[in-house]
Design a protein around this ligand. Structure first.
Ligand SMILES: Cc1ncc(COP(=O)(O)O)c(C=O)c1O
Length: 441
């Protein structure tokens, strides 16, 4: 046993994810409780949640229906084997997801995270072409600055260099579309940026390069969240849909952030009026409370697998915890909470207020862009020369000290409050941020 583990509550053993471990452990930031819009810190302070945890607690924290459903389910049926056995709530949850999903997405595969949902979607896409007799379609197309979780498929199609460069050759046969972020032309756009629809035509170039018969799928986030809220130019996703359809390429939307009400519609697909062949979700599905993801696929994809002898497994993929009873109960209670409180569309009502509040920060020191869509917003800061990320990270630390949780990525501050946020809490978030921006180096 390492001597470092003998001290009670020693922070050393836990190698924290996506965290500056040494900085954190010198000055830890601990949450010990949460309720509705607020966290409580270990020193008893209230922190307003400007980020829905990590884009996941769309209904806010410790919601009674979800808490109760989890407790009851743990007592009633804690675990059921996921393979060759079932339990009612997983089937019920799949149906409730399909009820709110865009028409054309009819079947659900369960996972335990966004990353696993991405891997599942990519594997479904590859296998679908194979079962259809088009096994030469093996190439996957992602996008620069895309984030699709941290597993090998996800980082291969993803486009964030820090997440890729340490990990060898990744998947082969992957190409990338250019990202759509254009500060020179689109800075301070409200809603969809005007310029950049033509960037979707890059897919035609990639198809010409490789030939459509080698391409299985294109995966994009409708709004790229983790890389700093990159909002697609008007018409861009529709054009991607048209091009993929024309060439028999599957379109996968990674809706891990945009799903479950974030844009003021149930899914990003609804916001943009573009239905993909496969949709990847997680986070808001269970309000972030129990790890769970769901991959939605069209009937055409599902049915293509339903061939051969009936006793044979149709798709060799799944997880020990796919459709776990407690996660399913949490998912059902979450969707019920969203329905009762109108949360899947509440973002649309609040979006004008949120937009006006955010854009009031224009002109403050270092602010080079503000952008927003639904209840997602970003404030991009000019990086300190030679020290990228430092300025935004210092805003994050100051915000935490002042009782506000924000998220930063690079030098971008991202905001995505729970969908229960009040108008006065939006004002509180923006007023605090204004004060912080004025004091940044
Ligand atoms: C678009 C997108 N895909 C995938 C993921 C990965 O999800 P997880 O961290 O649950 O694996 C995220 C996480 O933020 C995400 O934003």
């Amino acid at each position: 046993m390492s001597t470092s583990t003998v001290v009670p509550n020693d922070l050393n053993a836990f190698w924290m994810p996506f965290t500056a471990n040494r900085q954190y452990k010198k000055a830890p930031r601990m949450f010990v409780a949460a309720k509705d819009m607020h966290y409580t810190t270990s020193d008893g302070r209230q922190v307003l949640d400007g980020t829905a945890g990590l884009w996941c607690c769309n209904a806010g924290h410790a919601r009674p229906k979800i808490v109760e459903a989890i407790a009851n389910q743990a007592a009633e049926l804690d675990y059921a084997p996921a393979f060759q056995m079932g339990h009612p709530k997983a089937f019920e949850l799949a149906n409730r997801i399909i009820d709110i999903a865009p028409t054309g997405l009819d079947h659900v595969l369960f996972t335990n995270s966004g990353s696993e949902s991405v891997e599942t979607a990519l594997k479904v896409a590859l296998a679908y072409h194979k079962v259809k007799g088009e096994g030469s379609r093996t190439r996957l197309i992602g996008r620069e600055r895309g984030y699709h979780g941290v597993n090998f498929g996800g980082i291969s199609v993803g486009g964030i260099v820090t997440n890729r460069k340490m990990f060898g050759t990744l998947l082969t046969g992957v190409d990338h579309l250019p990202h759509t972020h254009n500060l020179a032309k689109n800075a301070f756009s409200k809603g969809l940026p005007e310029h950049g629809v033509d960037l979707a035509d890059e897919l035609e170039r990639i198809v010409t390069l490789h030939d459509a018969s080698t391409i299985a799928a294109v995966i994009v986030e409708p709004v790229a969240g983790s890389t700093g809220v990159l909002i697609p130019p008007a018409g861009y996703l529709q054009r991607l849909r048209d091009i993929t359809k024309k060439h028999g390429i599957l379109l996968i939307f990674d809706e891990v952030i945009t799903g479950y009400g974030r844009l003021g519609t149930p899914f990003g697909a609804d916001y943009f009026g573009v239905v993909p062949d496969i949709m990847v979700t997680a986070k808001g599905l269970t309000n972030g409370v129990i790890p769970m993801g769901a991959v939605l696929v069209s009937a055409e994809i599902h049915d293509a697998f339903m061939n051969g002898p009936e006793h044979v497994i149709e798709f060799f993929h799944g997880y020990t915890y796919s459709g776990n009873p407690i996660a399913s109960a949490a998912g059902l209670a979450t969707l019920e909470t969203y329905r009762e409180e109108g949360l899947l569309t509440r973002g649309a009502e609040l979006a004008p207020k949120f937009e006006a509040a955010l854009h009031s920060l224009k002109g403050l020191p270092h602010v080079i862009d503000i952008r927003n869509i639904g209840l997602v917003g970003a404030i991009e800061l000019e990086p300190i020369a030679g020290q990228p990320t430092k300025r935004a990270f210092s805003a994050f630390l100051k915000a935490f000290e002042q009782g506000l949780l924000i998220r930063t990525t690079g030098d971008i501050i991202a905001l995505s409050p729970p969908l229960i946020v009040s108008e006065s809490q939006i004002d509180e978030i923006v007023t605090k941020l204004a004060g912080i921006l004025k004091t940044l180096e």
